[in-house]
Write a protein that binds this ligand. Structure first.
Ligand SMILES: [Zn+2]
Length: 219
């Protein structure tokens, strides 16, 4: 099977996301860039149940120079949300894995007039600031453009209003961590706000923690 490594990585990641309750039904999608050919990405297929899925079912797409994406492998067509994943991969050469979920708490935290997600615990600092994208039709080039803009040069996560979140990382582990910790940050935020005890980390502590994380990553 062609591109076995990235297709297996995508399959394992989507199964982990389902197990962790980050994905329900056929919502959410995950993509991974090929090590040998950075223009090639593996991505979950459109509208197929993730239970019983095999690596052959994971679609493979080539990002063409003219800006289009060509479906080259896989039993089923790529996710309808391919434009978001491909746009981020094209713009960010440091990103090799992308995860999009409709996780409940992240979706709740994207609502309101001025949504803002702040770290409650130190490990969450790595994924902030969390960008915000207004509601835009799923699968459109417009939402892809807005996600690219919200992530900008270094962003790891953005929330998409009335839809979910989009995370990225240098590898699948990093992209999954961004998703898991952002959902955790959102869940603790929602519950603490309900209890009336909401108290995110102090700004200075967030800065210090981010500096520590960046120094560690630079080594
Ligand atoms: Zn979606």
């Amino acid at each position: 099977m062609k591109y076995e490594k990235i297709r297996t990585t995508v399959l394992q990641a989507i199964q982990e996301a389902v197990e962790k309750g980050l994905i329900n039904g056929t919502s959410g999608n995950i993509a991974m860039r090929d090590e040998e050919d950075p223009r090639v990405i593996a991505i979950t297929p459109s509208g197929i149940s993730y239970a019983g899925m095999t690596p052959e079912d994971i679609a493979v797409v080539k990002m063409q120079e003219d800006g289009t994406n060509l479906w080259i492998e896989g039993n089923y067509k790529y996710s309808s949300e391919l434009p978001m994943h491909a746009a981020v991969m094209r713009q960010r050469t440091d990103v090799n894995a992308t995860v999009h979920t409709h996780s409940m708490y992240a979706t709740i935290c994207a609502m309101g007039e001025t949504p803002e997600l702040l770290p409650i615990t130190p490990p969450q600092c790595e994924f902030t600031p969390v960008g915000i994208v207004d509601f835009t039709m799923p699968g459109s080039d417009q939402v892809a453009e807005k996600v690219v803009k919200a992530l900008n040069k270094k962003g790891r996560v953005c929330l998409i209003k009335n839809h979910g979140m989009f995370s990225c990382g240098k590898n699948m582990k990093a992209a999954m961590h961004a998703t898991i910790y952002t959902e955790e940050m959102a869940q603790t935020t929602v519950i603490a706000r309900m209890l009336g005890t909401y108290e995110p980390m102090p700004e200075e502590a967030i800065k210090a923690m981010k500096a520590l994380i960046e120094a560690d990553q630079a080594v």
